[in-house]
Design a protein around this ligand. Structure first.
Ligand code: 5GP
Length: 187
């Protein structure tokens, strides 16, 4: 049987201008890996991946950290199937690992309004970690990164809704290798 062709995003009208190429993403993640390796030397950091958007970032980032890292996963929902935040964050899947006395790095896909991050920070800090830092691949130019305590940022980007490299619309485009502006067909 001939295998089905891989999904191509080349002719998809919803895939707009490229925001970050595959190479740009890879290069920056390697740099972040070096930074985290230096900052957490002699430790065994726990990388907490915020599902689902950060899954691609986590897997690449973890492989650039030259330390015995552990990973765990937490899932929250604030967007549902829409491109607008509902304003309410809901815990969909909790962690399995106990955070007590652990050095935790929360790995996020994008910090937009900061609502999700504020919720997660409150929830994780209450569990008594030795430290808690945030590493996000993307952050909006408008986000108050200092106020939100975000230590590691891959790229800051403008306001448009983006897709690819883990980021979806209604569960699509997560497996696109680059990050592009989403062109809403209904607009
Ligand atoms: P915040 O709570 O900071 O407003 O939003 C954070 C979450 O909203 C992200 O983890 C992500 O799931 C979603 N989000 C925000 N902006 C975008 C975007 O441009 N594209 C996609 N696909 N998701 C986004």
């Amino acid at each position: 049987m001939t295998p089905a062709p891989l999904e191509s995003f080349d002719n998809d009208p919803s895939v707009g201008a490229t925001v970050l190429t595959e190479d740009q993403i890879a290069e920056r993640i390697a740099e972040l890996g070096v930074e985290l390796t230096a900052d957490y030397r002699d430790e065994r950091p726990l990388l907490v991946c915020v599902l689902r958007g950060a899954y691609a970032f986590l897997t690449d980032l973890a492989r650039h950290i030259d330390l015995p890292v552990e990973v765990d996963f937490i899932a929250v929902s604030s967007y549902g199937a829409s491109t607008r935040t509902s304003g309410v964050v809901r815990l969909v899947k909790d962690l399995d690992v106990d955070l007590t006395d652990r050095h935790v790095v929360l790995v996020e896909d994008i910090v937009d309004t900061g609502l999700t991050l504020r919720y997660l920070r409150r929830s994780l800090e209450a569990r008594g970690p030795a430290s808690l830092e945030v590493c996000t691949l993307l952050a909006r130019e408008s986000a108050d990164l200092e106020g939100l305590g975000v230590r590691y940022v891959g790229f800051t980007i403008p306001g448009e809704f983006v897709i690819g490299y883990g980021l979806d619309v209604d569960e699509r485009y997560r497996n696109m290798r680059h990050i592009a502006v989403y062109v809403d067909p209904g607009v």
